[in-house]
Design a binder for this molecule. Structure first.
Ligand SMILES: NC(=O)c1ccc[n+]([C@@H]2O[C@H](COP(=O)([O-])OP(=O)(O)OC[C@H]3O[C@@H](n4cnc5c(N)ncnc54)[C@H](OP(=O)(O)O)[C@@H]3O)[C@@H](O)[C@H]2O)c1
Length: 366
């Protein structure tokens, strides 16, 4: 069995990765920004089904914006899953507020991994580094595609993921000294929450369920379950063929927001009765965008059809994700189970739970 560092252990994806690593018998080092998060993350692991000895997970405080702590966190590890990256619900005033922690943080983690003699790092990138800034097309996006920076539809989050992933590939090529790298590029991630903080992707389901949006914009999005994203990380970590490869993680064809709403309305019984399934006309969104910066941000994506394929992960790694419907319903069920529908969700912030500095609402989209 191996020892694995998971960065961003307090997050939606990171916590599920830890649960699966423990279930496979590995030992885990988990990085968190604030040492006070340990108890909360242990509770999340319990919610995910872990009931084993506490000492199989050790916590290390480290920030992507600081060198301190990474050498200790990576010490003695065979593998690293580098999951942490800012994914706030608010778009910062300056792109650098996201790019700096994402790109420089990835380099900090890779450097610590190399110096600790780690065999392979799996980086959680995103469809944000694959499918933006392109002309409309019918061909599904795949691993050979890269987001084109500088295009109007490319938001700071997309830029941060693109630049961080490019920096990671350059690092292993130029300075890796044999360190192996694999990358996972998920679309919008749904599935069961293990704690009360909502990842930005999950906010869409909450808003549809609690009736806080009047209808569905003509937006399409890829869907994948967090349990399958974690599973793909573990496969990419050890499979000999995964070294040097990117893997798009998507459960099937992209869905319109209206399709997501219909899945919730029909699958959630009484809890889904407030979900609006009517489509909002584009003109209404353009009109409300004048006063609402959140709506302004989605205008470039309105009516755009996109698709992506995960054929590579399925064929090379034997990855078989759950259906899109199961992923969406699992999010909704966990929102109900954890009594989070009424609560105003704690927003993910750039500087962690202690403080925040975002300026404008972001759009979900992985
Ligand atoms: N959810 C999606 O739809 C989606 C889709 C594609 C890719 N991804 C990628 O998946 C990864 C995890 O996302 P998630 O959905 O799990 O989001 P999340 O729940 O917001 O988790 C993000 C994690 O990163 C940590 N983090 C953020 N900024 C940090 C910093 N400056 N220093 C140290 N840690 C920092 C957070 O720590 P705190 O708890 O301290 O804030 C948290 O543990 C990210 O790389 C994201 O880009 C997500």
């Amino acid at each position: 069995m191996s020892r694995v560092l998971v960065t961003g252990g307090s997050g939606f994806v990171g916590s599920h990765c830890i649960v699966q690593l423990l279930a496979q018998g590995h030992e885990v080092h988990a990085s968190v920004r604030h040492p006070g998060r340990e108890l909360g993350v242990r509770a999340m692991l319990g919610e995910g089904g872990y009931a084993g000895p506490a000492d199989r997970v050790r916590f290390f405080a480290a920030s992507l914006e600081d060198d301190a702590g990474w050498a200790q966190a990576a010490g003695g590890c065979d593998y690293v899953l580098h999951v942490a990256s800012p994914f706030p619900q608010l778009v910062p005033a300056h792109e650098d507020e996201l790019v700096r922690p994402a790109r420089d943080g990835a380099l900090r983690v890779l450097r610590a991994a190399r110096d600790a003699g780690v065999k392979r790092v799996v980086v959680t990138s995103s469809f944000a580094a694959v499918g933006y800034g392109h002309a409309e097309r019918t061909a599904p996006f795949a691993e050979a595609d890269w987001t084109t920076l500088g295009d109007r539809e490319v938001l700071p989050y997309h830029a941060s993921k693109t630049l961080a992933e490019r920096a990671a590939w350059e690092f292993v090529a130029d300075e890796g000294r044999g360190l192996e790298l694999a990358v996972v590029n998920p679309v919008a991630i749904f599935g069961p929450l293990l704690g009360a903080e909502l990842s930005t992707s999950v906010v869409l389901v909450k808003r549809l369920m609690d009736g806080s949006v009047p209808g569905c914009p003509r937006l399409c999005l890829g869907v994948v379950d967090v349990r399958d994203v974690a599973d793909l990380h573990l496969r990419a970590m050890t499979h000999p063929a995964a070294n040097g490869q990117r893997f798009v993680a998507v459960a099937g064809d992209f869905l319109m927001v209206q399709d997501v709403a219909r899945v919730l309305r029909s699958g959630m019984g009484e809890a889904g009765r407030r979900v609006p399934t009517r489509q909002l006309p584009d003109w209404l969104l353009r009109l409300s965008a004048v006063a609402n910066p959140e709506v302004r941000l989605i205008l470039p994506e309105l009516g755009k059809r996109k698709n992506a394929t995960s054929a590579k992960a399925r064929h090379l790694l034997g990855w078989t994700p759950r259906s899109r419907e199961e992923a969406v319903l699992a999010t909704a069920e966990s929102l109900v189970r954890l009594r989070l529908l009424r609560a105003s969700a704690p927003a993910r912030r750039l500087s962690g739970p202690a403080s925040g500095c975002g300026r404008r609402p972001a759009v979900a989209g992985g």
